[in-house]
Design a protein around this ligand. Structure first.
Ligand SMILES: NC(=O)c1ccc[n+]([C@@H]2O[C@H](COP(=O)([O-])OP(=O)(O)OC[C@H]3O[C@@H](n4cnc5c(N)ncnc54)[C@H](OP(=O)(O)O)[C@@H]3O)[C@@H](O)[C@H]2O)c1
Length: 243
């Protein structure tokens, strides 16, 4: 039986992935910060489900907990957070640190714990965001953290290739989860957690280097990214000025 480990399993995309891989007959190691939240999110008494708690910001806890899970066919590092920078003139370095620590440094701790336990022929996936395609308003911290993950995943894809481990960079558009439910702006092309999960599972099955979705949103963002910088900046500034 194939074994998959998923972080950020207590809600949203991670929760849907765990449930879908269980249905597909995998053994799932679902990781989160709170046992109660994990139990609420997962089926009770499933023989092929292991629940595991740690905070990805606590290095010893994260690394030592993850080291115990060997022979993994797939690992999805999905846990993450998003906070927006409201006032660029009073740059909130505490917010910046929180987001970078969880999304980038926390992913590093997880990698140290888990990377040596991925089987030859196995897979590693890192959940970034389509925010990295373009500089988006108020996303100084979140965008910077996810851009770091893009580079990390692409570099690992090169370095893990001789070890026969495939790396996937997952870049969702807007997905309806706890993370986006607090947004007060309109989210074009928003999809459900179930839809996101289908895109991810399909992409991982094909061992794709990049899993970008939904397609129309990704296409539009790419098109905008092709605009000359000056034009895109004018457009973005116009958007933040429009109430
Ligand atoms: N939703 C979107 O539109 C969207 C778009 C692009 C990328 N993403 C990325 O997708 C991933 C999943 O997000 P989501 O939308 O499913 O949001 P979510 O429902 O808020 O899920 C985030 C998960 O990460 C966990 N987490 C956060 N900080 C943690 C920490 N310090 N230690 C351990 N676990 C921690 C949360 O655990 P708790 O329940 O304990 O907080 C939760 O399980 C994130 O990396 C996010 O950046 C989401």
């Amino acid at each position: 039986m194939k074994r998959i480990l998923i972080t950020g399993a207590s809600s949203g995309i991670g929760m849907h992935l765990c449930n879908s891989y269980l249905l597909a007959g995998w053994h799932v190691i679902a990781c989160g910060r709170s046992m109660q939240k994990l139990q609420d999110a997962m089926p009770s008494d499933h023989n092929e489900l292991t629940l595991c708690t740690f905070d990805i910001n606590q290095p010893t806890q994260a690394i030592e907990t993850l080291k115990q899970f060997d022979s993994l066919d797939c690992v999805i590092l999905n846990a993450g957070t998003c906070e927006y920078m409201d006032d660029p003139l009073s740059f909130d370095s505490a917010l910046f640190k929180r987001v970078i620590e969880t999304n980038v440094i926390g992913t590093g701790y997880c990698l140290e714990g888990v990377i040596g336990n991925i089987k030859r022929g196995g897979q590693l996936a890192i959940v970034s965001s389509s925010v990295t395609l373009l500089p988006l308003t108020r996303s100084e911290a979140y965008g910077a953290s996810k851009a770091a993950l893009d580079y990390l995943a692409r570099t690992l894809a090169i370095d893990l290739s001789p070890k026969d481990i495939a790396v996937s960079l997952i870049r969702p558009g807007f997905v309806d989860t706890a993370l986006t439910q607090k947004n007060t702006f309109s989210m074009p092309g928003i999809i459900t957690g179930e839809q996101a999960c289908k895109y991810i599972m399909r992409g991982l099955e094909k061992r794709k280097l990049e899993i970008n979705f939904p397609r129309l949103f990704f296409f539009t963002m790419n098109l905008l990214a092709f605009l000359p910088n000056k034009l895109w900046r004018q457009l973005a500034i116009k958007m933040i000025r429009t109430p």
